[in-house]
Ligand binder design. Structure first.
Ligand code: MV4
Length: 453
């Protein structure tokens, strides 16, 4: 039985996990860096241990120090949150071998899905539609050009170790392909220490739609519907919503089944996400799997009423999921706006510093997951997200109107944030009509005067 959990993370997700633990009667241990002494996750946990310097590499990425803290405090399990060590197969393995439960999938699944070419191959063999592309990684330029020609341009070159858009290049002809192939390989080698790449047909202006998966250790795999994450900039999502305004019941059912099949092929346990690209015709393609809880998980929680963090803990405890696919009801529409300490008028430059005044919105259908407070000093060392505003109601229209209302109430003084940008998007006809693809943000910024922010 899990009685005490170490939270190997910071910020809002650390608070989110502490809150679930409190309600379950589970004790919590926070770990923190020297830059996070004033953080709420340190204040709100039962215990806290400092694990090193401000830089992530000196603290939140130090598996050795985190496992030492776990042993000193005698915890039963580690929740990795998102980012940091959450998709590190070696860390999951170290936890397993130290007899500490890793609240996530088995290290084998993390490793398999962490190699994007292996992931593609694994789900394709299970009968899930993937984007037409190379059979595994290609390291030979001549062979690569042949594959690109056979697929037909444009093609996209992707790092097998990919993530965050690094090592991702698009080519429109043989000449640009030769160049981009080498750029992608070099970028991937630098970013991941692995220059291996694969090739896919490039889908133009797709929607990014992902399915939430929940699986127990007894072989039950369920999906909790989709999230449309098409509103993103430089591979950073800004808005996520569920249900997707683009999917009809038929497509949703097919994609849900494909998502479950993909997770089964990965022998998946715990919470995970299957990512698809969907083109204008409604053709969908698996692209990758995320083997962690995601930033945008509250969107699914508000639509289904299921607490994903509690489910993760129960599944890690070896318990069976207490419901079946047919029991999951999708009753609400939810929209999440990521509140970042960034200046949208200055190319989204980070805006760390002191929050002189903080007042979060509330009321019917409003949820705020945030670690911010008046007087909090945002350190410059970590990502710029300071909170998530999730608004929900019975229809998309209500969720949209509520989002605009809540954003208008949200006060964050002393720093620049993405709040004014979100207000502009919530009143943009293209977004309101549900027409946003992954090309939306670039278009929106080019036709919107920055003095609005
Ligand atoms: C694609 C794609 C089009 N076709 N794959 C972006 C992040 C990573 N998870 C996968 N991504 C994409 N994969 C195929 N076959 C379009 C994207 C994509 C994108 C690519 C380049 C520059 C910006 C982008 C924004 C959103 C999605």
């Amino acid at each position: 039985m899990i009685q005490k959990i170490l939270i190997a993370n910071r910020g809002e997700i650390a608070l989110r996990i502490i809150r679930a633990c409190r309600e379950m009667g589970i004790k919590t241990l926070s770990v923190y860096s020297e830059a996070d002494i004033q953080s709420l996750h340190v204040q709100l946990a039962d215990e806290a241990i400092c694990i090193g310097g401000p830089k992530s590499a000196d603290s939140y990425l130090r598996a050795d120090r985190i496992i030492s803290a776990a042993e000193i405090a005698d915890v039963d399990a580690i929740h990795p949150g998102y980012g940091f060590l959450s998709e590190n197969a070696k860390f999951a393995e170290q936890c397993e071998s130290c007899n500490i439960k890793f609240i996530g999938p088995k290290s084998k699944s993390i490793r398999m899905m962490g190699d994007k070419a292996v992931a593609r191959d694994t789900v394709r063999k299970a009968g899930v539609i993937t984007v037409p592309g190379s059979d595994g990684p290609i390291d030979n330029e001549t062979e690569a050009v042949k594959t690109a020609r056979k697929l037909g341009y444009p093609v996209i070159i992707k790092a097998v170790a990919g993530g965050g858009g690094r090592g991702l290049r698009i080519a429109h002809n043989d000449v640009s392909f030769a160049k981009e192939f080498h750029v992608a390989r070099n970028e991937a080698e630098k970013a991941f220490g692995n220059g291996s790449v694969y090739i896919e047909k490039y889908i133009e202006k797709p929607r990014h739609i992902e399915f939430q998966i929940l699986a127990d250790s007894h072989g039950k795999v369920l999906h909790l519907g989709e999230r449309d994450c098409s509103v993103q900039r430089r591979h950073q999502k800004l808005i996520e919503e569920s249900p997707s305004p683009f999917l009809n019941a038929d497509l949703r059912k097919k994609m849900g089944k494909a998502a479950v099949k993909a997770a089964e092929a990965a022998e998946y346990q715990n919470a995970g996400t299957i990512e698809f690209l969907v083109d204008a015709k409604g053709d969908y393609f698996f692209i990758e799997m995320n083997t962690r809880i995601q930033v945008e998980h509250p969107v699914t929680e508000e639509v289904t009423g299921i607490d994903l963090i509690k489910q993760q803990i129960n599944v890690a405890n070896g318990e069976k999921l207490g419901f079946d696919q047919g029991d999951i009801k999708f009753e609400k529409h939810a929209i999440e706006c990521r509140i970042n300490a960034e200046d949208p008028a200055r190319n989204f430059t980070p805006s760390p510093g002191t929050i002189s005044l903080y007042y979060a919105p509330g009321g019917h259908g409003v949820r705020v997951d945030s670690h911010a407070y008046s007087g909090y000093v945002i350190p410059p060392f970590y990502d710029s997200m300071i909170g998530k505003l999730i608004c929900f109601g019975s229809t998309r229209k209500v969720a949209l109107q509520r989002s605009y209302r809540a954003l208008s109430e949200y006060l964050v003084r002393g720093i620049k944030t993405t709040i004014p940008l979100h207000k502009a998007i919530m009143s943009d006809p293209v977004f309101i009509e549900g027409k946003a693809t992954t090309a939306y943000m670039e278009d929106f910024m080019s036709r919107t005067p920055t003095d609005l922010f």
